[in-house]
Design a protein around this ligand. Structure first.
Ligand SMILES: [Zn+2]
Length: 359
């Protein structure tokens, strides 16, 4: 018993000593890192003999610090916005126009970059739509939905109308593709649509297309909107797919449409997406095929994307600028967005399909 206690005491003391040695080692390493870092910052010609000796003595630290600097530079480069100059942009857009004209099946992937010019109204702020409603004030329907499709949305809509683009896959939830009149069957909103709520108790799933953001009370794993289905009384839920969730709704996600389109595509054009999320969806990229059999990839984005190395062409420009050049090149007129006639036609077509109209 006594012996065991002794061992206990000595091992505890040993552990303590070991711990102390570790701390001291870490401290001295930190000091060396700081010292070497300071010397490295100086131009070589200005370093004293002692400083040069420090670098020679701590070669490993020098290597490690240089590696870190390289990593930092790469990261910085990836975040930088790059702009092609006017001539380069024009010649790249000509190439893109040619590819679009010659392709049999073009699929567009769109991200947040195409919506930056849209005026998305303030829903949650102190003067936001929700606060106004909670205070019992009436909010006119024009306040409820000020977000308007951008020039890019309108171009996309026209490309589809002219049968130059067959399907659009979007990671945006702002519903602006639908507002531009792009038909629903040609659209997959992979992360949902903040203007659509659904009743999953009804069969088939009953859909309510609203003029307001339905997500004011919803969040990750909490999808109930607090409103009820006018048909069965069941609670309505939003259609948003948060990071880490798996969306199961057929519409508006339309995964089937997205996968089929990707399968048939010979050209994929990515617009204003960092592709960090989209790259994870294997079925969108035909990576199971040999490289020569995959759709040709064109990317329009100001920043680096993980698919750049696989792209036939990377265009560094703002989506609206590139798309308006593209439409010029293709000789397609782009109508200005006008909400009134479109809303009317949507209302009638929604009613025709037996869906709940805008309300
Ligand atoms: Zn229902």
């Amino acid at each position: 018993m006594e012996e065991e206690a002794d061992t206990g005491v000595s091992s505890r003391a040993e552990r303590k000593a070991l711990e102390k040695a570790k701390i001291l080692k870490r401290e001295s390493e930190k000091k060396i890192f700081r010292l070497v870092g300071r010397v490295l910052k100086k131009p070589e010609a200005e370093r004293s003999e002692d400083e040069a000796a420090v670098l020679l003595l701590h070669r490993e630290t020098v290597d490690e610090l240089c590696k870190r600097q390289v990593r930092r530079n790469v990261l910085k480069r990836k975040q930088e916005e790059v702009f092609d100059d006017a001539d380069e942009l024009k010649s790249k857009v000509r190439q893109l126009a040619m590819a679009v004209k010659q392709a049999k099946h073009v699929v567009l992937y769109t991200g947040a970059g195409i919506s930056t010019a849209a005026s998305i109204p303030d829903y949650r702020g102190p003067n936001g739509v929700w606060t106004q409603l909670q205070k019992g004030r009436t909010v006119s329907s024009s306040d409820l939905s000020k977000a308007e499709p951008t020039l890019t949305h309108m171009c996309v809509r026209m490309l589809h109308k002219e049968k130059l683009v067959q399907h659009v896959v979007s990671q945006n939830c702002d519903g602006l593709h639908l507002r531009s009149s792009l038909p629903r069957h040609a659209l997959s909103e992979l992360h949902g649509n903040m203007f659509i709520e659904v009743c999953t108790s009804c069969t088939p799933v009953r859909e309510y297309v609203r003029l307001f953001d339905v997500t004011e009370r919803t969040s990750l794993h909490r999808h109930g909107t607090g409103r009820r289905c006018s048909h069965c009384g069941g609670e309505l839920r939003d259609t948003i797919v948060h990071f880490g969730e798996r969306g199961t709704l057929e519409q508006p996600l339309n995964w089937k449409g997205a996968a089929q389109a990707a399968e048939m595509a010979d050209v994929i054009l990515c617009l204003g997406s960092s592709l960090k999320v989209l790259k994870k969806y294997a079925c969108l990229w035909s990576m199971n095929r040999p490289a020569s059999k995959r759709p040709k990839l064109y990317i329009i984005n100001l920043q680096w994307t993980p698919k750049d190395v696989l792209a036939v062409l990377k265009i560094h420009g703002k989506c609206d600028d590139v798309m308006s050049l593209l439409m010029e090149e293709l000789n397609i007129q782009v109508p200005v967005y006008d909400r009134r006639p479109r809303l009317q036609s949507r209302r009638t077509s929604a009613a025709r399909r037996g869906r709940q109209p805008y309300s």
